[in-house]
Design a protein around this ligand. Structure first.
Ligand SMILES: C[S@@+](CC[C@H](N)C(=O)[O-])C[C@H]1O[C@@H](n2cnc3c(N)ncnc32)[C@H](O)[C@@H]1O
Length: 223
């Protein structure tokens, strides 16, 4: 029985995620580099769709004066994150989705990694708007998401590459097909241009792509 909307239950997520997401470790590396270059010593950071807490786990020791809020609608995922990070007293956990966030101008940093691609356009807009509202002026929103490529032709080629990645990382061709069949049904990826438009329309004054591969991309938006 699934306990969250990713491909894996929370207890097997960490072991298996690299086998289905090419460049998974890159997302966090890019985020850490941005945070380092912001040169903030004290900050409030919201990670929505935190999953098992990998992002904050990899950086928390560097910023003892940082305050972290980790949110996820899956209790299974959030409990894994709590287990990993329970020794910290500067971390709070909240069992809610991005559409339920209700913070106003509170955070310096909001991150959302691979957690909004389950949403249709309307719900995604609500989620991103809540991230925007949660930020202070000049706060940064960093998001990594599955993407659709710009034409049917390029998207099919991207899917082919992803399928071969899945097979190279342990899936049978049938399992790889089944995994990809989630796209457009359980996962609703949008193109890079649609991401940029969404972020601009939400009100961010500065919006950029910071990283991209053939099926995922990262964006940095400044309030
Ligand atoms: C692929 S995992 C990513 C987890 C984590 N961010 C990471 O990078 O490992 C997707 C996560 O998004 C969460 N999620 C699903 N729907 C969400 C929503 N509407 N708002 C926020 N998180 C959501 C899931 O519960 C799951 O933990």
């Amino acid at each position: 029985m699934e306990d969250n909307r990713s491909a894996f239950n929370s207890d097997e997520y960490d072991k298996k995620v690299n086998n289905v997401l090419p460049y998974y470790s890159q997302y966090n590396k890019q985020i850490y580099d941005i945070i380092e270059n912001l040169e903030l010593s004290e900050f409030c950071w919201l990670d929505t769709g935190c999953g098992t807490g990998n992002l904050i786990n990899g950086i928390k020791d560097k910023y003892p004066k940082g305050r972290f809020v980790l949110c996820d609608p899956s209790l299974g995922m959030l409990n894994c994150a709590k287990e990993k990070l329970s020794s910290q007293n500067n971390i709070e956990f909240i069992n809610i989705s991005s559409q339920e966030l209700n913070f106003k101008s509170f955070f310096d940093i909001v991150t959302s990694v691979q957690s909004h691609h389950y949403l249709d356009k309307q719900q995604r807009q609500i989620a991103v708007t809540n991230c925007y509202k949660a930020l202070k002026d000049k706060g940064v929103y960093i998001t990594f998401e599955n993407i659709a490529l710009s034409t049917k032709e390029s998207d099919s080629f991207g899917e082919k590459r992803w399928k071969n990645y899945l097979i190279a990382h342990g899936k049978t061709p049938e399992e790889a097909e089944k995994h990809l069949a989630r796209r457009g049904v359980e996962l609703l990826p949008i193109t890079i241009n649609e991401h940029l438009e969404l972020l601009h329309n939400t009100g961010f004054r500065s919006v950029d792509i910071i990283w991209a591969s053939y099926m995922q991309a990262g964006f940095l938006a400044i309030k």
